[in-house]
Design a binder for this molecule. Structure first.
Ligand code: MEV
Length: 306
């Protein structure tokens, strides 16, 4: 087995998280924060993950264990004698698609190292199946964007031009479980189906309007719609005071729009800003006790080398 490594990017949602789980359109953009996976051979049986405390069983990592199981089913043979080394610049549990990026990079690297012969569509589909298995319900957005890069309307997978402006991510430094938040929205929806359907329909309108404004380069209006999407995510109960604090600070510092990105409950906000305003938006987020990342769209998704 040759040494193979792969990397895949994280992503932000400009519109439509949570609603996309119920088939509404979402608009997401891959960003240049990446997870990297190296596949190494080892004399140990099974698959291990190399960490600072020595190799650990893959079973401690539900996304990776599920990815390996699906790959084993695909090639109808056990995978053994493999160590995965994972590094990532994507904060984990922060709504930036870190688990999808690690999953896609792992499937890509293992498929190449073991000659499974998966194409990009197969990898995105298998990544989605992993997320659905681990999270209960999921949309294909995170794994699709990690595989293909770029900006897309999902679930149709229509490729768009990424926003031509600055993107700032503000991290509350509090991680949250996507699975728990998706379950929380499902519970709210079961109690108030009509109300939650209406909120999700409004989110769908935001995604469609957002697509038009993005293509037209009308970024100030796009930002306004992001602020509305933030408020609707609060209405679904996935907001927190920290997320509100970061979003307000970013807007006051000149962001065109600021909203929760991903599942919420902690995690991150995403802001669009004129390029020259990104340092002041990032500083405002830091002053509001967040961590800030000025990021670029990732045009390329999964990259496999080996
Ligand atoms: C999580 O990044 C986004 C959600 O819409 C869940 C999903 O799409 O799988 C909350």
């Amino acid at each position: 087995m040759s040494m193979t490594q792969a990397s895949a990017p994280g992503k932000v949602y400009l519109f439509g998280e949570h609603a996309v789980v119920y088939g509404r359109p979402a608009l997401a953009c891959a960003i240049e924060l990446r997870a990297r996976v190296k596949v190494l051979s080892t004399r140990r049986e099974g698959v291990h993950v190399g960490g600072s405390r020595g190799p650990e069983s893959i079973h401690k990592y539900p996304y990776l264990a599920t990815a390996v199981r699906l790959l084993e089913q695909r090639c109808a043979a056990p995978i053994s004698g493999v160590k995965l080394k994972i590094t990532s610049s994507i904060p984990a549990g922060a709504g930036l698609g870190s688990s999808a990026a690690v999953t896609v990079a792992t499937i890509g690297a293992l498929s190449h190292a073991l000659d499974v012969g998966l194409g990009e569509e197969d990898i995105a589909r298998m990544g989605y199946e992993v997320e659905r298995n681990v999270q209960g319900s999921a949309s294909p957005t995170d794994t699709y964007l990690s595989t293909f890069g770029g900006a897309y309307i999902m679930p149709e997978a229509r490729r768009l031009t990424p926003p031509r402006c600055g993107i700032v991510v503000g991290d509350t430094k509090r991680s949250a479980s996507t699975k728990a938040l998706v379950a929380m929205v499902r519970e709210l929806k079961s109690h108030h189906p009509e109300l939650v359907e209406d909120i999700m329909d409004a989110m769908a309108t935001l995604s469609r309007e957002g697509e038009r404004l993005l293509e037209a380069g009308e970024l100030s209006e796009l930002g306004r719609l992001m602020n509305i999407n933030h408020a609707l995510l609060n209405a679904l109960g996935v907001g927190t005071p920290e997320l509100d604090r970061l979003a307000s600070a970013a807007r006051a510092a000149g962001a065109l729009g600021a909203k929760i990105t991903g599942a919420g409950g902690g995690g991150c906000i995403v802001c669009l800003a004129d390029e020259e305003d990104t340092p002041q938006v990032a500083n405002a987020i830091r002053r509001a006790r967040g961590r800030a990342y000025i990021v670029r769209p990732a045009e390329v998704g999964l990259v496999v080398e080996g």
